[in-house]
Design a protein around this ligand. Structure first.
Ligand SMILES: *Cc1c(COP(=O)(O)O)cnc(C)c1O
Length: 388
């Protein structure tokens, strides 16, 4: 199997699995209980919290565990708003975990500004400055895009939000563990992360909340997470997430360079060897190290995927969550692609387990598959006839 869908999820890091195992068996106590075995589990959860805080330049009491990125995004956005209503700002290239929350809030009566992006998928900080109103209650901009890998100018956006005293949230699910992040230096008030995007287990994530940020509790009940998210902690998840993040940070200097080189090799080979291809998104430093997003003109993305899947090749059209809805990606549309080209996009996302050999093997499948599908393409046939 050729797994090139690390933006959808990543395999568990061996160090995360190793760290988790004792908490499934020996150390099963509820961390809220009073006896000694529980104290040990409680201490381990505290150490994990500290370790995750350290990884993003936060304090221990600023990290709140959640069930993943989606919950962290939902909580951050809904939790800072109140019955006053008002105006909220986001970008036009958000993950559904943010986008659909804004759409929901719009129906509830909030006024929403969706910041535009350029052809590389990047927000212009000047457009944020212009969008801000006296009644703006929240700004939420994705750190790095899950479909095309564009890395936003978060520091500039954060500085503008800070100047106006407006809470600034960022969905950093694709960035944490892959890029160095310091929430204080970047002016971030809330940041969502998810373990399974950096080699941790699924179903666990966290929300960083800067001290002093007014955030309503998400779940009422027990006193867990400083009375803000009730429910017995996902102890194994928390331990695994901390171990995976530590391992990702340790490996980051080498992995960033290695994976970026694989990415650039794949981009160059596709553009050189396969006709009618176009790269979507930014290049170099403004792109996530593992992201490759290419439109194969005249070949419908879903069809391409199924042929690649028959060859044991796991890739995606972009967002895993929308891959059943045959709608063109809102991210690619916001970048100015027409719906035909947007429907021809394939995302290859590389990670720590991918090698040079994977790129060679992928190309040996991609090239003949693209050639075959191009020959069968009605759109391509029409294009040829129009040219004559
Ligand atoms: C995967 C992803 C999410 C959702 O995280 P879950 O932990 O799967 O809920 C949110 N935002 C982005 C950018 C993602 O890539």
């Amino acid at each position: 199997m050729l797994y090139l869908d690390n933006a959808a999820t990543t395999p568990l890091h061996p160090k995360a699995l190793e760290a988790m195992m004792p908490y499934f068996t020996e150390f099963f106590a509820n961390p809220s209980s009073v006896y000694a075995p529980a104290q040990k589990v409680r201490a381990a959860v505290g150490e994990a919290r500290q370790s995750i805080a350290d990884a993003i330049g936060a304090e221990r009491d600023e990290i709140f565990f959640t069930s993943g990125g989606t919950e962290a995004d939902n909580w951050a956005i809904k939790g800072v708003l109140d019955s006053r209503g008002g105006h909220i700002i986001t970008s036009s290239v958000e993950h559904h975990g943010v986008l659909y929350v804004f759409e929901h809030l719009k129906k509830q009566g909030f006024e929403v500004t969706y910041l535009p992006v350029d052809t590389e998928g990047l927000v212009d900080p000047a457009s944020l400055e212009e969008a801000i109103r006296p009644d703006t209650r929240l700004i939420s901009v994705i750190f790095a895009n899950n479909e095309v890998g564009s890395i936003q100018p978060i520091k500039e956006l954060g500085a503008i939000a800070n100047q106006h005293g407006i809470p600034f949230h960022t969905d950093a699910v694709q960035a944490v563990g892959h890029l160095p992040i310091d929430v204080k230096a970047l002016g971030i008030d809330m940041l969502a992360l998810s373990a399974h995007k950096f080699y941790g287990p699924k179903g666990i994530g966290a929300l960083y909340v800067k001290r002093g940020t007014k955030l309503a509790p998400v779940l009422h009940g027990g006193a867990q997470e400083n009375n803000r998210r009730a429910g017995t902690e996902n102890v194994t998840g928390i331990i695994g997430m901390a171990a995976a993040l530590r391992a990702s940070l340790d490996e980051m200097p080498g992995e960033f360079t290695r994976v970026s080189a694989l990415r650039d090799r794949l981009i160059n080979e596709i553009l050189e060897k396969i006709p009618h291809t176009k790269l979507n998104g930014a290049t170099g430093e403004k792109r996530l190290p593992g992201n490759v997003n290419i439109s194969f003109s005249f070949i419908e993305g879903e069809l391409f995927l199924s042929h690649l899947s028959m060859n044991d090749c796991c890739v995606s059209t972009g967002s895993a969550c929308s891959s059943n809805a045959h709608e063109p990606s809102h991210v690619l549309m916001a970048m100015g692609l027409d719906s035909v080209l947007a429907n021809c996009a394939i995302r290859f996302s590389l990670g720590r387990v991918n090698t040079e050999a994977d790129i060679t093997n992928l190309m040996s499948i991609l090239q003949p598959t693209a050639e075959k599908l191009l020959k069968q393409s009605v759109l391509y046939d029409m294009h040829l006839k129009n040219k004559r």
